[in-house]
Design a protein around this ligand. Structure first.
Ligand code: SF4
Length: 344
């Protein structure tokens, strides 16, 4: 069995689950026992950190008790996340756990990453003589952020159905797979009455924080932009970016070129992207500058509704009456402004 310190750093592992089953307290003890107060505090800290910083954060694991409390805090945080009952919150928490694990994985031996991959159904092997990893292409495609050039299959060495990547890149694949797994698990769980009672004030606090965030996103104009007047397609892409989802390149392209047509500056566009949990300024600036023409001779035009549909980024089920009258998301946006002016 792995040592407690490893289980505390990776509490999502099956062995950590088994450890809790074999050595952990009952749910009542965990929720009420004085001995487990520290676990409860850490559980809430994980959620706070994930929401505010996009990472559940590190704590001291110096003593055996530190490690045990850290392990027990994980199921608590998950149960509270389920009880908050908000998809954005659950996604943000899942990402916070995955980013935390990623940070730790970067300091591990390749063999450990291979073991973690196995648990997450990523078929990967360490190629000792070259010191890199080979991953089955389907597992690669399922988890790679292919919107970035480096991750596109054409830019990878492929051999017999396996993609060759670095150990660091394997950690990135694990991040994505873990994020998705936690998200799916949280979505499939039901809220627990005992948790709702024990953490009622924190649950309310988190719900309020999420509502404030959503209101800010919907109503507050960013620069010259009014988010509430955006067409459903752009709102969808924006919401996905903010939730840290793997938005396909075409989605990002459509949003950036749309915002560029509204004369938003690169910095204003970056401000919108900066709310995303996986935001990286350098990369985003590079992409934005490329699309807007700031770093190339071409400024790309924002795609019309037909093209958006062809690329599968027009959410047909969310189309409203105005959508049926326009042929371009930009026309939708200006029509919304006109409607508001006419109301005054
Ligand atoms: S119809 Fe056009 S404006 Fe409306 S959601 Fe689809 S792409 Fe966007």
């Amino acid at each position: 069995m792995r040592d407690l310190s490893t289980l505390a750093k990776y509490p999502f592992l099956n062995e950590a689950r088994q450890y809790i089953k074999d050595n952990g307290p009952s749910v009542t003890e965990l929720l009420e026992g004085l001995l487990y107060e520290r676990s409860r505090t850490i559980g809430i800290e994980r959620l706070d950190n994930a929401l505010k910083n996009g990472n559940v954060g590190n704590r001291s694991l110096a003593s055996k008790s530190d490690r045990m409390m850290e392990i027990f805090s994980y199921p608590l945080a998950r149960m509270v996340a389920v009880s908050v009952g908000d998809t954005y919150f659950k996604r943000r928490y899942a990402l916070g756990e995955a980013i935390h694990a990623y940070g730790n994985l970067l300091n591990e031996r390749p063999s450990f990453l291979i073991e973690v991959s196995e648990e997450l159904q990523i078929n990967a092997e360490y190629v000792e003589n070259v010191g890199n990893i080979k991953v089955f292409f389907k597992d690669y495609l399922r988890n790679a952020p292919t919107r970035y050039k480096k991750w596109k299959m054409v830019n990878r060495d492929i051999d017999g159905g396996y993609v060759h990547i670095s150990v660091r890149d394997l950690a990135r694949l694990i991040l994505e797979s873990l994020r998705r797994r936690i998200e799916e698990e949280l979505e499939s769980r039901k809220s627990n009455k005992a948790i709702e009672k024990a953490f009622s004030s924190d649950i309310k606090r988190f719900q309020n924080m999420v509502n404030v965030h959503k209101k800010k996103m919907e109503a507050a104009p960013v620069g010259k932009l009014s988010i509430e007047k955006l067409p459903p397609c752009m709102k969808d892409i924006l919401a996905a970016i903010q939730a840290g989802e793997n938005v396909p390149h075409m989605g990002r392209f459509a949003l950036v070129s749309f915002l560029n047509s509204l004369q938003l500056s690169t910095n204003e566009i970056l401000k919108i992207f900066s709310n995303a949990p996986d935001y990286q300024e350098d990369r985003t600036r590079y992409q934005v500058d490329h699309i807007t023409g700031a770093s190339s001779s071409t400024s790309y035009k924002s795609p019309g509704c037909e093209k958006m549909r062809t690329y599968g980024i027009c959410p047909v089920d969310k189309m409203d009456e105005l959508c049926r009258e326009v042929y371009h998301p930009l026309t939708y946006y200006s029509a919304k402004w006109r409607q508001e002016k006419n109301k005054k």
